[in-house]
Design a binder for this molecule. Structure first.
Ligand code: NAP
Length: 295
């Protein structure tokens, strides 16, 4: 496993295991197996509804002496309904720790660029002072909003911005902005969840063939060589292992140029600026916490 040093000096594994869309009752076993085969970074979120499962998997792995707490890097995220103000964020941070059965998380993110992100950031800063959170980050902030946030908040620079990065949406200019502001970019959906036939793409398949590697391995290796932290999700043990096995080969400049040509420069999912999507996120607040209104 390779490690990245964040802007606060903390070490973060460069490859992690994501648990989005894994049902809570299956998550403990998935996390346990992931740790057993060598994953050290686990990425969950309040909105995934599986923090209990993550906590249970971690607890079992530590009890079986597969790993120590200090060797793990656990990430979770505040959802939009937690980012109404500083108080809702503070309460949600404590509830998260309880569900995870942890004294601290390694990285707490603002999941979406909506709501009272400054109030929630202060809540995260206070939790950091209390030792409940080691590093703080944002997610789905475009570069313009990230720069504003870096400059305007009174807590500190985020360590990480977790954004969609995959061969269809390579974020070349965004990675330059992250470098300039010393915020670590972390890729969600590195495989674009298989969209646009990613796993059978001829260019990626041909590159993989040269090294005896799969398309998934080529994509993760490409992210490692771009200095990005990547999250991969699979509930299949053989794929979990395959996705980890990327530290014994290197792509050439020519491979990287060929992958660059695949860039469609737009999300394989949705645009966070699309009013309909913002409307959908706002409806989550009402659905999750009926009666909450700010206007
Ligand atoms: P992803 O990792 O791009 O793709 C996961 C899909 O690829 C699953 O359907 C998985 O199927 C399949 N897969 C995995 N490895 C494979 C392989 N080697 N060969 C063939 N198929 C493979 O998508 P993601 O789960 O959306 O993203 C990864 C993580 O990023 C999430 O779990 C979550 O932690 C995080 N995330 C964050 C945000 C955010 O807004 N911050 C948004 C989305 C995701 P099987 O499970 O059947 O193997």
């Amino acid at each position: 496993m390779d490690y990245i040093t964040l802007n606060n000096g903390e070490q973060m594994p460069q490859l992690g295991f994501g648990v989005y869309q894994i049902p809570n009752e299956e998550t403990a076993e998935a996390v346990y197996q992931a740790i057993k085969i060598g994953y050290r970074l686990i990425d969950t979120a309040i909105s995934y509804g599986n923090e209990e499962g993550v906590g249970e998997g971690i607890k079992r792995a530590i009890a079986d002496e597969l790993v120590t707490r200090e060797e793990l890097f656990i990430t979770t995220k505040l959802f939009v309904n937690n980012v109404i103000n500083q108080e809702t964020a503070s309460a949600a941070i404590d509830e998260s720790l309880e569900r995870l059965q942890l004294d601290y998380v390694d990285l707490f993110l603002l999941h979406q660029p909506y709501g009272d992100v400054y109030g929630a950031w202060r809540a995260l800063g206070n939790s950091q002072k209390e030792g409940k959170v080691k590093s703080l980050g944002i997610s789905n902030f475009d570069s313009a909003k990230m720069i504003e946030f870096v400059k305007m908040n009174d807590v500190g620079i985020p360590q990480v911005n977790q954004i969609e990065i995959n061969p269809w949406n390579q974020r070349v200019a965004d990675l330059e902005w992250h470098k300039k502001y010393n915020v670590q970019a972390e890729a969600w959906a590195p495989f674009a969840e298989g969209r646009h036939d990613l796993f059978t793409n001829p260019v990626l398949s041909e590159i993989g063939h040269k090294y005896g590697k799969s398309v998934g391995q080529v994509v993760l290796r490409w992210l490692m060589q771009r200095g990005v932290v990547a999250l991969a999700k699979s509930t299949r043990l053989e794929r979990m292992a395959e996705n980890l096995n990327i530290f014994d080969f290197a792509l050439t400049d020519d491979d990287i140029m060929k992958i660059a040509e695949l860039d469609m420069k737009e999300s394989a999912f949705f645009d966070h600026h699309d009013p309909q999507m913002v409307e959908w996120f706002m409806s989550r607040i009402e659905n999750i916490q009926p009666g909450i209104k700010r206007w």
